[in-house]
Design a protein around this ligand. Sequence first.
Ligand SMILES: [Zn+2]
Length: 276
Amino acid sequence: MTKKSLIAAVLASLTFATALPATFLSSPAQPTYASSAKAAAGSTVARAVKKTGDLNPSSSVQHFSKATYTKYSAYFDKQYNVDRMSKSSVFTKHRATVYTPSSQLRGYLAASMKTWNKSLGSTVFATGTKSHHTITVNFGTGGKDASEWDGLYKTNKLYVNKRHFYSPSYMLTVLQAISGHKVSAPKTAADKAAYEKYYMGFWEATITHELGHSLGLDHTPYQDDIMYAQSGDSSNSIKYSWTSSKAGNGTVAALTNVLSTRDVNRAKLTKLLGYW
Ligand SMILES: [Zn+2]
């Protein structure tokens, strides 16, 4: 893909993607626990899981009792690539308070928090203060592994790779990786504006991705998911390994900062599992 057609494709996907949140908003049904205190039979749970798409815990697995989610948590973890990733004090009444001491990151963080809050229909991430917060967002250098990540979430700390954030050429590398072709530095005003838009979308999406980890979401191979990663290693709570991406609906969440229905369903499931 040439740079121009990449821009066209991304813009087209942006237009398409902006139509999505309205659907989420018009159906703000939050998962609620069934009244039964007993755990469902394993075969019932397996049958419900079978009805769902790959890594997409849609409605058929969102109506079980708390006892069912507790009993089969390891099974749900593995089927949908989820796991508890925050320490239990991060979320109180399904809400975390997030603070960044960085004025550079504040705007990006606000956009990322809004993305989750809008899609989930409640204030999952609230703005904290220096003295009152449960998640800290700041720049990190990541030591010698810094080249391997853009963002990182650990226990209750979220890091953004400072070197990549301030690199004048890193975004070109990202666009090149996504398009599969060489992308040259923007020269015209229009190209510069498009580049700026990608840059902002990319760093917002990076923080949104890391906040997804705080909710207990691990990676998927789908490029339209905010939780997309280029590769995945089969481990205890990962459904399968992958080394190449799957297109999904054709949008690139890493540039648009828009959640897929899969992202949202997975977050609803991790709420039911008690991870946030
Ligand atoms: Zn990640």
